[in-house]
Design a protein around this ligand. Sequence first.
Ligand code: ATP
Ligand code: LTN
Length: 326
Amino acid sequence: MKKRIFSGAQPTGRLHLGNYLGALRNWVTLQDEYEAFYCIVNLHAITLPQDPKTLRQKTLDLARIYLAAGVDPERSTIFIQSDVPEHAELTWVLLCAARMGELERMTQFKDKSQKGGRERSSVGLFTYPALMAADILLYQTDLVPVGQDQKQHLELTRDLAERFNRDFGETFVIPEPYIPKTGANIRSLQDPAKKMSKSDENEAGAIFLDDDADAIAKKIKRAVTDSGTEINFDETRPSIHNLLTIYQLVTGKSEQECVENFAGKGYGQFKGELADAVIEYLRPFQEQIASIDDDALHAFVKRGAEKARSIASATLSDVFSKVGMS
Ligand code: ATP
Ligand code: LTN
């Protein structure tokens, strides 16, 4: 039997190169070896205010992005979180196992609640990691491919699963994170202290998957650099390190080949070659995305939800019976 993987992304904002290099492209390679579940986490999306019409559209658009990136609906299960009510139901049980202190330590809540202030944050934003744990645990997941920013949520998921298993008997598989060595932590092009993010107000910091060639070239040209002139993987020069990491990932070259390629060259030439490489890398994806129609998407996510439900409902009924629900 194949091992299982589960991952998801929120249908909010515009997906960027960080999402692609940190998560999506690994989903595609892992589907050969694992039985894969890729979820569009629309329940997570409403932890921040969303316009209903836009959310509905973005939910379908994200399914299109998964397919265009190369997720194969014949092998992998693509589904929408709200189509499988067991996610919300298991969340309740896990929230009753989680501790206030655990959720208060989550750095994503601290970051995301900062903007409007903690007092005005939704309780959903606070309990978000328990919903993510439910997503993962419902499918008895072995491996969870995510970017570095989700590591803490994965640790909480493991803790909750271990606690439940101890208190009520073996129920959940304890999932392992899959965080790639390179690409799990792509930084903003405008400020390497911040991660490349959908929610960054400065759009110049992110290369979006639907940016055209002109926009990509402009953003890379304007990207901040570090003092000095060398182009190498020096951690103390985070801007160049980030740009060179992107170059490495989109070209598939080794670290050494990347450094050799730019030895003696200036930032201008480096940025020109990087822009060309990124544009080429995204081209097949961008061509593919236009060819997937809504009817096909509706059919895939409907079938995906049926498959997902058959597994999720078995886990949930085991959990309910163990905690004493009739
Ligand atoms: P953002 O932080 O950009 O607002 P998000 O938290 O809403 O995004 P999702 O779209 O749900 O993110 O994330 C999908 C996947 O992309 C997750 O596995 C996440 O870890 C990964 N990811 C997000 N940003 C980056 C980044 N800058 N570098 C690498 N991986 C990333
Ligand atoms: N929290 C994640 C999205 C997410 C997820 C998941 C990822 C929700 N449920 C389950 C992996 C597994 C994010 O914001 N990037």
